[in-house]
Design a protein around this ligand. Structure first.
Ligand SMILES: NC(=O)c1ccc[n+]([C@@H]2O[C@H](COP(=O)([O-])OP(=O)(O)OC[C@H]3O[C@@H](n4cnc5c(N)ncnc54)[C@H](O)[C@@H]3O)[C@@H](O)[C@H]2O)c1
Length: 353
């Protein structure tokens, strides 16, 4: 076999990805859109994720999310740690992910890469893709409850598809978090006017054309009265809004309703409480992206969007980042094996019997 058996893969750190220009929502949104269309064309393998929970109370867990993009001849997995107590216990991030990507001609791995970036970008990219079809076209004001990592990503994502956005109102649990959000994001989106809502959710949301809840809370923070006609709501966290929010929306759209309904966020709770049925959900996003169902149809309709994450979209975004990094010459080519085990000239010295 000789040289043919050599396996090399690219190692990509978060800094490599950032340096290669992968914090690019156009890149991520295009990858997400193509992945949804591939799913509709039956060109995706999408097995159940594997969940290992280490603490039922805190939900500390590591999940394994595999997927295959048949057209790209790529298979991969996200290995993602979710440790909610990290934030309070260590002042550290809750979520840490890596991706392994393999080609499916020989089945060799081609990349091992940092995955928190792709994972967090994916949430924003799906929200933005939904907004492209469902948000008011001339949205001016975006409101947030929650000002953490997801909120920051969502602001960049929404600004990408709605450049008309000019004001961002933000409320969080503490005024200090609001101030940090504004300090960091005003550097990234300098033409945006930022307003701190002083922990007042109503102040952040009541004039918003696009509403985003991205909190670690489990409470009905967003009230139906705060959602004005014609607005678009992207729900990111768990239970964050009163049931009347979804009930008053003309359209409820999910990334995958069959997945959403078995989880624990507001729509799932409503389903389990008998307050929402299958027929109340207008569509999954792929049907709208493919043009099989219309997006926004009138200036006054309120739209509710909830995505819980699809492994093949994660993989598609990671793959787009890998390709850009190769193009930009970023990352490190590492050798996994020079040849097969018994072809090594030194094997006689290395074996222990
Ligand atoms: N839908 C998805 O695909 C997806 C993916 C990743 C994360 N998430 C979820 O998104 C949520 C946010 O994640 P993150 O990484 O941004 O978290 P984070 O810890 O960085 O931020 C949480 C934010 O919630 C705010 N908050 C908490 N309680 C509040 C309250 N009572 N009132 C107002 N604000 C409150 C905090 O002030 C903070 O700004 C989490 O629930 C996470 O599990 C969803």
């Amino acid at each position: 076999m000789g040289d043919q058996a050599k396996i090399q893969f690219r190692f990509l750190s978060q800094e490599d990805l950032l340096r290669a220009g992968c914090l690019d929502f156009n890149l991520a949104i295009d990858a997400a859109e193509n992945a949804l269309l591939a799913f509709r064309a039956d060109e995706v393998l999408f097995p159940e994720k594997i969940v290992q929970i280490f603490n039922e109370e805190t939900q500390e867990r590591i999940n394994c999310l595999p997927a295959t993009l048949k057209k790209d001849k790529i298979s991969g997995m996200k290995w993602v740690s979710v440790f909610p107590p990290n934030v309070e216990r260590f002042g550290l991030q809750n979520l840490t992910a890596v991706f392994v990507i393999s080609e499916i001609e020989k089945g060799f791995p081609i990349a091992f890469m940092e995955g928190t970036l792709a994972s967090n970008i994916r949430v924003g990219a799906m929200g933005a893709l939904a907004a492209r079809h469902l948000a008011p076209p001339d949205a001016k004001v975006i409101g947030f409850i929650g000002s953490g990592e997801q909120a920051k990503m969502h602001l960049l994502a929404m600004k990408t598809v709605r450049p008309s956005l000019e004001e961002c109102r933000v409320s969080a649990k503490t005024t200090a978090e609001e101030a940090t959000f504004i300090e960091q994001m005003s550097q990234v989106v300098p033409d945006m006017r930022f307003v701190a809502a002083n922990t007042d959710g109503e102040r952040a949301m009541s004039e918003a054309d696009i509403l985003v809840t991205a909190t670690s809370a489990q409470a009905p923070l967003l009230k139906a009265d705060w959602m004005k006609p014609g607005s678009f709501y992207s729900h990111i966290g768990g239970w964050e809004d009163e049931y009347a929010v979804a009930k008053q929306c003309e359209k409820i759209v999910c990334d995958d309703w069959e997945t959403v309904k078995h989880r624990t966020q507001t729509l799932s709770r409503m389903y389990k409480d008998g307050e929402l049925t299958d027929s109340d959900v207008y569509a999954d996003l792929d049907a709208i992206v493919a043009g099989d169902k219309p997006g926004r149809e009138s200036p006054n309709e309120r739209v509710y969007f909830n995505a819980v994450g699809l492994s093949y979209v994660d993989l598609a975004i990671a793959l787009a980042m890998y390709r850009r990094s190769v193009q930009e010459g970023v990352g490190e080519e590492l050798t996994l094996q020079e040849t097969t085990i018994f072809e090594h000239a030194e094997i006689g010295d290395w074996v222990k019997i």
